[in-house]
Design a protein around this ligand. Structure first.
Ligand SMILES: N[C@@H](CCC(=O)N[C@@H](CS)C(=O)NCC(=O)O)C(=O)O
Length: 303
């Protein structure tokens, strides 16, 4: 079974997953999804979750990079995305990089763009779904840039003892999370000054090259229809986790991403513990699937 990444090129969280495939030297399939709503083929698989990226392994659908990286690590354990001595602390750092630091990097990357540089439909989509206000973002950009630069300085200082990666000799999830934020800023032509400031930090610059050198693994491109047919032909993997009170197995639930205006994913609960949430649902075209979420950042409600 080859993992399928539902992604688009300019998405920093997709770049994080592409780099994870590179680190693992894995073969994977890419489905290019729209970068704005509607996303009927993606929602067919997730039941509601519409963020980017999503990874599919047969009839198992993984939402959010926290769940995706854990799934990739389970699928191909070596080399580990959570190497010692940090182990699961990689998740703590990745969660900070993908949370408050992500917004800082969005400001640093997009805030200096002149009006009209982003398509109106994109701005409307982000406004409706995430409350993005381009005027407010532009005003906050000097502040947000300082927040991103503070993280860059911390990273450079951490690497100044000669370690190759954040946790020592081996890269892990945290490296990929910090890298993808910086990749996003670096890829935006209107963020040249901030990029130059970041890459003037010598330890960070050398580390960035080491992470980028992991590559993206071996990609082939498939259609959304082919991905949905793959799910329809597969059977979801058995679920091993437990269900923490007050939730119970088989309960009808809606899983909503905290802070997102997207529709929740609904289904029957199979797992809800600190290692993640799994629901079972059936789509018209994809058949029976299991949809996986990280526990952090997801609200579980009775449906
Ligand atoms: N916590 C999520 C965040 C994902 C996220 O915010 N992705 C952005 C794109 S990089 C997104 O969904 N934007 C809206 C969209 O693509 O429709 C993760 O780690 O996967």
């Amino acid at each position: 079974m080859t993992p399928i990444l539902h992604e688009y090129q300019t998405s920093p969280f997709s770049e994080l997953v592409r780099a994870a495939f590179g680190f693992k030297r894995m073969a994977w399939q890419s489905v290019i999804i729209p970068n704005i709503m509607p996303k009927p083929d993606l929602v067919e698989l997730t039941g509601g979750y519409a963020r980017t990226p999503v990874v599919q392994i047969g009839a198992d659908i993984y939402c959010d990079t926290a769940a995706i990286l854990a799934a990739i690590d389970h699928f191909q354990p070596q080399p580990s995305l959570y190497p010692p001595p940090l182990g699961p602390l990689h998740k703590v750092m990745a969660s900070w990089a993908g949370g408050p630091q992500f917004m800082a990097h969005v400001g640093a990357a997009l805030g200096a763009m002149p009006e009209g540089a982003l398509p109106a439909a994109f701005i409307e989509d982000r406004k409706g779904r995430f409350g993005l206000d381009m005027g407010a973002l532009a005003r906050a950009t000097p502040h947000l840039t300082t927040q991103a630069l503070t993280a860059a300085h911390w990273l450079d200082a951490s690497l100044s003892d000669g370690r190759a990666f954040i946790g020592g000799a081996d890269p892990g999830h945290a490296d990929l999370a910090f890298y993808s934020n910086i990749w996003f800023v670096r890829g935006n032509p209107f963020a040249k000054d901030t990029t130059a400031t970041i890459f003037a930090l010598p330890h960070l610059a050398a580390w960035y090259d080491r992470v980028a050198a992991l590559g993206h693994g071996a990609k082939t491109t498939i259609t959304a229809d082919a991905a949905i047919a793959t799910a329809a032909a597969a059977t979801p993997a058995p679920v091993t986790g437990s269900i923490d009170a007050p939730f119970t197995k088989g309960m009808a639930v809606a899983i909503k991403t905290d802070g997102s205006g997207d529709a929740p994913s609904t289904g029957t609960l199979l797992q809800c513990d600190p290692t993640g949430i799994v629901i079972a649902r059936t789509g018209d075209r994809c058949g029976a699937v299991h949809v996986h979420f990280p526990r952090l950042g997801q609200i579980v409600m009775p449906a």
